[in-house]
Design a protein around this ligand. Structure first.
Ligand SMILES: *Cc1c(COP(=O)(O)O)cnc(C)c1O
Length: 465
């Protein structure tokens, strides 16, 4: 009892701690109120510990605890992580990392005022929708373009603006769920359009579409199967055939052809050893009236929904009230323009992280994985380099993989180690495979090697270390 009293007396007062010069520094960083509250809480916890029979912490120990506590509570909720999963467009990990040019554009535009809705030449009000418009026209071959907040919004907006109250014909094989509960049939109904399903899950024929068209048909819609693959006895008409069916429908009203590409690449995926993903240019050339795609999937830019197509329809969409609700912000437009300019210069593969990752050769990835291996083996860790597969992810090129080399770290308790790696700063996210963790260099940005090596060496209590 007397001992406990003696330990209590060793604890400093709140005031004594607050007047230490090193605490003044902490106070300058976090503010007096936060620091005072944190000190009170720490002293309460210390008293409880003494009650349980522990010793009083020294003032130096209290300061370390204070700093840790404040760092933890001041950490933003949204923060960088190292993606070593090998999934390039990882929706849970923020999809596409931005190019240096796109990040620079965000920094430049966010620091001050800008001409978001101001026509500099005329000195009067301008339109936010003028930005990126010409670039999208030139890159896709479309007559006009509109940028909104995301592609799910773009699809909804297109249907609401052009098809509400009328029928939209879709193949049963394309009534898909994209993820996050975004289901094409639900979106369609909510937009006010009426869904007309044609064909079967595996096969839809041109005549299925042709038979469904009548005077109340607003559009034939194609939805790209971006997150699953159908193999075997499957068929459906090409986009060009859909355009032909719409044109020759005979009535006095020709239904629109709407193509939701989802990922929407501007670059041919075949030279990278992937199967062909339809490009936006191809859809426009095939005669689609409206094409929608994402800004942050294979385009490799910021989150955005891009709508390109025939001028009269884009104009109708632009004037719909819902466009205001889905309007894109200046930071997105800044990053999008910078991203599109890389395509315009023919430098997309060199400059845009998603394409740098897709185009990284297995040899270069082996060199990188081996450099991690050397450093970690020198620290006594049980590591090896093994061949493996990276994936595109983000509802792009399902089932497609790219050959890579992985760093494999043997771990008797892989879940526990993975949890510790998630506590690193920045958190390191890898893959668990049986009794080892795998780290794919393909999805690490060039300056993240140090973070990976540090996270592993500081989290590992593997045998041999
Ligand atoms: C991903 C995807 C969407 C949704 O796009 P977001 O940019 O995530 O809003 C819509 N349609 C298809 C086919 C997709 O793959």
């Amino acid at each position: 009892m007397a001992e406990t009293q003696a330990e209590y007396r060793k604890l400093p007062s709140v005031d004594a701690l607050l007047h230490r010069p090193d605490v003044a520094e902490v106070m300058a960083r976090y503010g007096a109120q936060q620091v005072t509250e944190a000190i009170r809480a720490l002293l309460d916890e210390s008293r409880a510990a003494i009650q349980r029979g522990e010793r009083a912490p020294t003032q130096a120990a209290l300061l370390v605890l204070l700093d840790e506590r404040l760092q933890r509570s001041n950490q933003p909720s949204l923060r960088p992580v190292i993606n070593a999963t090998g999934v390039i467009i990882h929706t849970n990990l923020g999809r596409a990392p931005l190019s240096a040019a796109a990040r620079g554009a965000i920094a430049a535009i966010s620091a001050g005022y800008n001409n978001l809705e101001y026509d500099i030449a005329a000195g009067e009000r301008g339109s936010r929708y003028s930005h990126a418009r010409q670039l999208l026209q030139e890159l896709t071959g479309a007559e006009d373009a509109l940028v909104v907040n995301n592609n799910a919004g773009a699809v909804f907006l297109v249907l609401a603006a052009l098809c509400a109250g009328r029928e939209v014909v879709i193949s049963r094989g394309e009534l898909v769920e994209i993820g996050g509960g975004f289901r094409i049939p639900d979106v369609l109904r909510r937009s006010g359009a009426r869904l007309v399903e044609v064909g079967t899950t595996n096969r839809t024929h041109p005549r299925d579409y042709a038979d469904a068209i009548h005077s109340d048909t607003a559009a034939l819609m194609r939805v790209h199967a971006s997150n699953f693959q159908q193999i075997g006895f499957v068929s459906k008409p090409s986009l060009a055939e859909l355009v032909e069916i719409a044109k020759s429908s005979g009535g006095f009203f020709t239904p629109l052809v709407i193509d939701d590409l989802g990922s929407g690449t501007l670059i041919d995926t075949v030279p990278f050893g992937l199967s062909p993903e339809p490009t936006v240019q191809q859809s426009i050339a095939a005669g689609a009236d409206i094409v929608t795609f994402s800004g942050d999937k294979l385009l490799g830019g910021p989150q955005a929904g891009l709508v390109v197509g025939k001028a009269e329809f884009i104009d109708e969409i632009r004037r719909h009230p819902l466009t205001r609700a889905l309007r894109v912000d200046k930071l997105t437009l800044a990053a999008l323009e910078a991203t599109l300019q890389a395509y315009q210069r023919g430098k997309a593969v060199e400059e845009i992280p998603v394409w740098q990752m897709i185009s990284a050769t297995a040899d270069s990835l082996r060199v990188r994985a081996e450099s991690w291996q050397r450093r970690l083996a020198a620290a006594g860790l049980p590591v090896a380099v093994v061949p493996g597969q990276s994936t595109i992810g983000g509802g792009s090129l399902p089932g497609e993989t790219l050959p890579t080399f992985l760093l494999a770290l043997a771990a008797p308790h892989p879940d526990a180690l993975a949890a510790r790696l998630r506590q690193a700063n920045p958190p390191l996210i890898g893959r668990i495979q049986k009794d080892r963790l795998l780290f794919d260099p393909r999805t690490l940005l060039p300056d993240e090697d140090e973070g990976l090596v540090y996270a592993i060496t500081s989290s590992c209590t593997c045998p041999g270390k």
